[in-house]
Ligand binder design. Structure first.
Ligand SMILES: NC(=O)C1=CN([C@@H]2O[C@H](COP(=O)(O)OP(=O)(O)OC[C@H]3O[C@@H](n4cnc5c(N)ncnc54)[C@H](OP(=O)(O)O)[C@@H]3O)[C@@H](O)[C@H]2O)C=CC1
Ligand SMILES: O=CC(=O)O
Length: 328
């Protein structure tokens, strides 16, 4: 009998067929109230699961997946899973690092540029017929080139952002990680600082860490208070890495200049969020990697990961390999 795999995110036909060559597929478009009973029945039968980061499968649900051997996600972030719990069950979590670095860095730079130059606010002014005369200083933006960019989380994507900033915009790069990144220091002349020093001396701050126990709430009221009054804050990591209420307060009181956000504590962001009322907040709907080309590469990578891991090979792209009891 072929292993059963629960697929809960739509795939292009060719990638779906590739899975079907190896597995019996139980297919769902997301996990929600309307499909809960059938979905959980399929989960109980599944040896493999494949979905995306936006669809949470909490541990109490995964406890029912007694036959589960592999979880594959079409994302680099794996915070939707409890990696320790799955490792205790010896279940590898496979993800898609690398293939989305450049696209996600492009998105973060777009967010940074739009925020600095007030692009969406001014575009809306034009579209709504409010452009009556040459704009004055009250609507001017701020320069990006030549400024100082602080990157919190100088990993794969952080370095792709540093490349754009340093080589393209002549920005000074400083960063904070738990461990220094000598490659970024060599390639982009990046300077390693404590979080406090980075926050108080950067013109732009971009957060690009994973969400984990060590990063949840990393940037809160105290951290916003350390930032320069002209600071532009960009979050591309996960909403819970920052205290969103503290950010809203910092934006409302102009404690910082502006924020560009791709991720939120609750996604989709509720329309009644105070963030939606703020001219100095540029909001993207979690589109870091959302281009045709890159989403396709991520799907191919996640399908490859599942096929290989189901046959026992987790040598590439395993997010919890270091935690597994039995290395494969
Ligand atoms: N908005 C979007 O659409 C996207 C969002 N993402 C998010 O970006 C995250 C990062 O991806 P990627 O660059 O591939 O990951 P990497 O693992 O390559 O980089 C993560 C970096 O964060 C640092 N970091 C981790 N924990 C801490 C901490 N407690 N304090 C300070 N720094 C920390 C790590 O350094 P060290 O371990 O030394 O601390 C590392 O440099 C993903 O996990 C995901 O959440 C990714 C893609 C798209
Ligand atoms: O947020 C996206 C991811 O790939 O992680």
């Amino acid at each position: 009998m072929r292993p059963k795999v629960l697929l809960y995110k739509p795939l292009p036909d060719d990638e779906r067929q590739r899975l079907a060559m190896h597995f019996d597929i139980m297919e769902f478009d997301g996990f929600h109230r309307d499909n809960e009973i059938e979905f959980l029945a399929a989960l109980r039968e599944a040896e493999g699961i494949i979905g995306g980061s936006g669809i949470k499968l909490p541990t109490e649900r995964l406890e029912q997946a007694s036959k589960l051997k592999v979880a594959s996600t079409i994302s680099v972030g794996t915070d939707q899973y409890d990696l320790d719990y799955l490792a205790r069950r010896n279940i590898p979590v496979m993800h898609t690092p690398g293939v989305l670095n450049e696209t996600t860095a492009d998105t973060m730079f777009a967010l940074l540029m739009c925020t600095a130059r007030r692009a969406l606010e001014l575009s809306n002014m034009v579209k709504e017929g409010r452009w009556k005369h040459t704009i004055g200083p009250d609507l001017y933006g701020t320069d990006v080139h030549g400024k100082t960019l602080g990157i919190v989380g100088m990993g794969r994507i952080g370095q792709a952002i540093a490349k754009r900033a340093h080589l393209g915009f002549d920005m000074k790069i400083q960063y904070f990680n738990r461990t220094p990144n000598p490659q970024a220091e060599k390639d982009y002349d990046a300077q390693y600082l404590s979080l406090e020093n980075l926050l108080s001396s950067s013109d732009f701050i971009c957060v690009m860490t994973p969400l984990s126990a060590s990063t949840q709430g990393l940037i809160g009221e105290r951290e916003f208070a350390l930032m320069k009054p002209d600071c532009i804050f960009i979050n591309g990591s996960r909403g819970k890495v920052i205290d969103e209420s503290a950010l809203i307060k910092a934006l409302q009181t102009k404690q910082i200049r502006a924020a560009g956000l791709d991720v939120f504590q609750q996604e989709p962001l509720p329309a009644n969020s105070p963030l939606c009322q703020l001219d100095n907040a540029v909001l993207f709907p979690h589109i870091g990697s959302a281009t045709v080309e890159t989403r396709r590469k991520m799907i191919t990578c996640a399908v490859d990961n599942l096929i290989r891991a189901m046959s026992g090979d987790i040598s590439q792209n395993c997010a919890n390999g270091h935690l597994l009891k039995n290395s494969r």
